[in-house]
Design a binder for this molecule. Structure first.
Ligand SMILES: CC(C)(COP(=O)(O)OP(=O)(O)OC[C@H]1O[C@@H](n2cnc3c(N)ncnc32)[C@H](O)[C@@H]1OP(=O)(O)O)[C@@H](O)C(=O)NCCC(=O)NCCS
Length: 165
C-alpha cells in the first residue's frame, strides 16, 4: 500500500474509515460546484467505493490527503482513469476549510511525478470546467497547459496537462 509524503501532507489510499470526512466534503455546495453537484451520504458512500474499487481494478487511484501535522483529512488527489476517460487524469479536490494554502498544488505535483515515474505515463491530464478559476490556477502552477477541449458526462471541459519531460 503506497504512501506518499509531501512537505505538509500524507497521500494514502482511502479506506472505509474516511467515509464521514469524505461525505462531509462532498456534501458542501462550494466543493461540488464544479464536480457535478453535491452528493448525499448514500452517493458519497458509492463514490468512496468507486475510489477504492478503482485501485483494485487499475492498481492506482486518488489518495486521501491528510495533514502531517495532526492527521486531519483535507481532501483527495491523484491518478484517475475510469473506463472511457479521455486520458490518465490527475484530479484534486479539497475540503473548503483547507482551501487557500496551496495543498492542491502540493498534492498534484506529487501525483504528476507518480504518474510519470511509477506508472510510466507519457501524458497526464486534468479535466477542468472552464469557469473553475481556482482549479485552472492549480493546473498552471504545476506546469500543465491547455492541450485540447473535451466533453465529460455531457459538460464541456478543458483538457489541461503535460507530457513526460
Ligand atoms: C480547486 C481547489 C482544489 C483549489 O484549492 P487551493 O489549492 O486551496 O487553491 P487556492 O485557494 O490557493 O487558489 C488557487 C488560485 O486560484 C485563485 N482563486 C481561488 N479561488 C478563486 C476564485 N473564486 N476566483 C478567482 N480566483 C480564485 C487563488 O487566488 C489562487 O491564485 P494564485 O495562485 O494566483 O494565488 C479547491 O478550490 C477545490 O477543492 N475546489 C472544489 C473541487 C474542485 O473544483 N476540484 C477541481 C476539479 S477540476
Amino acid at each position: 500500500m503506497e504512501i506518499l509524503e509531501t512537505e505538509r501532507l500524507v497521500l494514502r489510499p482511502f479506506t472505509g474509515d474516511d467515509f464521514a470526512d469524505y461525505a462531509a466534503m462532498l456534501a458542501d455546495p462550494e466543493v461540488g460546484r464544479f464536480l457535478g453537484g453535491t452528493l448525499s451520504a448514500e452517493d458519497a458512500w458509492r463514490n468512496l467505493a468507486m475510489v477504492i474499487g478503482h485501485r483494485v481494478i487499475r492498481g492506482y487511484s486518488m489518495w486521501a490527503l491528510v495533514e502531517k501535522d495532526g492527521g486531519r483529512f483535507v481532501g483527495r488527489a491523484g491518478p484517475w482513469r475510469p473506463h472511457g476517460w479521455p486520458g490518465l487524469e490527475v484530479g484534486w479536490a479539497l475540503a473548503r476549510s483547507a482551501w487557500g494554502r496551496g495543498y492542491a498544488t502540493e498534492a498534484a505535483r506529487a501525483a504528476v511525478d507518480y504518474c510519470f515515474d511509477v506508472l510510466g505515463a507519457e501524458e497526464v491530464v486534468s479535466l477542468i470546467r472552464p469557469d473553475n478559476v481556482a482549479s485552472l490556477r492549480v493546473a498552471e502552477r504545476i506546469g500543465h497547459r491547455h492541450l485540447r477541449d473535451a466533453e465529460l458526462m455531457g459538460t464541456p471541459c478543458l483538457v489541461y496537462g503535460q507530457v513526460r519531460a
